[in-house]
Design a protein around this ligand. Structure first.
Ligand code: EPZ
Length: 424
């Protein structure tokens, strides 16, 4: 198994390019199932989750050509509408094929994703929305069996009682080929939703209210979508945020290229509050962290445009070395604190009570062997290791490989002493 070995204490400098967003690329790839002609997708990040979803589409019968950061997906001849457990168990975002398969082919079976390291993560909202659009849904032998009415799904007024990124995406994709109009109330507003809604509109299903929590989809009534131009995946706001935290914790000045500043405003605001300064030139963002200790930070995770849960662990790493205490409250996932005990192994002083972590400042972190538990928790450990005295080995980095393109290469380009090693 691979692990990362990091010698801490080096300042970073220079610039790197931010990759396409994994969490935008995933629904964009799933939406290719709505088309009966090839779809081209550009700026895909080279990460395991993307390859996993492309593999699933291949198993369903789509022809997939994938090279560098581009994929061409031809879903004109789908042979199966069953998303098997073996793939869904590897990546729960596979559930995103449910909406498109059901609306285009009238029935499908998708394995239930089950829980994961950060929480239970049910899919009740996805299923309820599809039922409101006429689907009959049964759970049998670990699979969701969904059947649309003979004439296809119909529009509905879907009111989410909780904001969900995935459920909004599945509903949008199902509504795209449904009859009539679907109204989604309390929709998620993440930039990834905006990209998907824009893509569906370009493909022929008009979505109104993009960027708001009330989306209206004018379905095509069963006509597959056609995407005239390649879809270019938006930059990864969480990857950008992670490198900003890398600069902050190492008191460095670095530049990130291809950043969509609007998408990371809540992250930039928090780092500014901690003492970092920023300058933007076009789409290149430079962060300069002070040489003195950063100020503490108080964070409550929330849906976009609030502070992202996907940045909570990385900020906790930065907060460990601040000059005063920080309070971090996790409001989206009940178990997203697995990194706390690993950060404490590096010398941090973090106390957990329910869903709030009190991060008491320490003078130094010290390198140690630590274990990655989920994608963002893993990157938090890497950040802490960059600032720790001595050597840290981060194990189980397959979590990192799911969502960060060439993390060690990019950090090395910025001057970090980091190397991937393999042990039997
Ligand atoms: C997306 O997950 C992201 N994944 C997550 O990023 C991210 O943490 C999350 O949104 C929140 O921003 C992808 O985009 C692939 P949700 P998703 O449905 O869609 C509850 C990463 O590290 N809920 O918005 O699965 C749920 O349990 C990943 O890149 C229900 O109760 O998240 C959670 O508490 C991790 N019923 C809350 O809603 C449902 O049917 C938000 O989850 C669905 C969700």
């Amino acid at each position: 198994m691979d692990y990362l070995q990091i010698e801490g204490g080096t300042q970073l400098h220079g610039s790197i390019r931010i990759s396409g967003a994994k969490n935008s690329a995933l629904p964009v790839i799933a939406a290719a199932l709505l088309s009966d002609v090839p779809v081209e997708i550009e700026n895909l990040p080279n990460v395991v989750d993307i390859r996993t979803l492309l593999k699933l589409l291949g198993i369903l019968g789509a022809r997939v050509e994938h090279a560098d950061d581009t994929a061409r997906i031809d879903a004109s001849r789908i042979e199966s509408t069953r998303a098997v457990y073996e793939i869904v168990a590897q990546m729960r975002a596979s559930i995103l094929v449910l909406g498109p398969l059901l609306s285009r082919f009238g029935e499908c079976e998708v394995s239930l994703p089950g829980g994961c390291a950060i929480g239970q993560r049910p899919i009740d909202l996805h299923l309820k929305a599809l039922e409101q659009m006429g689907a009959q849904i049964e759970i049998r032998s670990g699979y969701v069996h969904a059947i649309a009415p003979e004439e296809g799904l119909h529009g509905a007024k879907v009111i989410f009682d909780k904001i969900s990124v995935g459920a909004t995406e599945n509903t949008l994709m199902a509504a795209a080929l449904a009859h009539d109009r679907t109204e989604i109330i309390n929709a998620a507003r993440e930039p990834e939703i905006g990209q998907l809604a824009q893509m569906l509109t370009e493909g022929g299903a008009r979505v109104e209210g993009i960027g708001t929590s009330r989306l209206i989809v004018h379905g095509t009534g069963g006509e597959p979508l056609r995407f005239p131009d390649p879809i270019r995946v938006i930059p990864d706001r969480i990857e950008a945020g992670t490198y900003l935290c890398a600069a902050a914790i190492t008191h460095s000045k670095i530049t990130l290229e291809d950043v969509e500043i609007e998408h990371i405003q809540s992250i930039v605001d928090k780092l500014e509050g901690m003492g970092c300064s920023f300058s933007l030139q076009g789409r290149a963002l430079t962060i300069a962290a002070p040489s003195s200790r950063l100020k503490g930070v108080n964070i409550v995770t929330a849906e976009y445009p609030g502070f992202p849960t996907d940045m909570q662990a990385q900020f906790m790493a930065v907060a460990t070395l601040a000059e005063d205490e920080s309070l971090i409250e996790e409001r989206l996932f009940e178990n997203r604190f697995m990194h706390v005990s690993e950060l404490n192994r590096l010398g941090a002083d973090i106390w957990l009570k329910g869903n709030v972590a009190a991060v008491k400042p320490v003078e130094r972190l010290y390198g140690a062997d630590v274990m990655a538990t989920d994608l963002r928790a893993s990157s938090a450990l890497v950040l802490a290791a960059l600032a720790a005295e001595g050597t840290t080995r981060v194990r189980r980095i397959y979590h990192l490989d799911r969502g960060y393109e060439n993390l060690e290469g990019k950090l090395e380009a910025l001057g970090a002493r980091i190397v991937r090693k393999h042990e039997a």
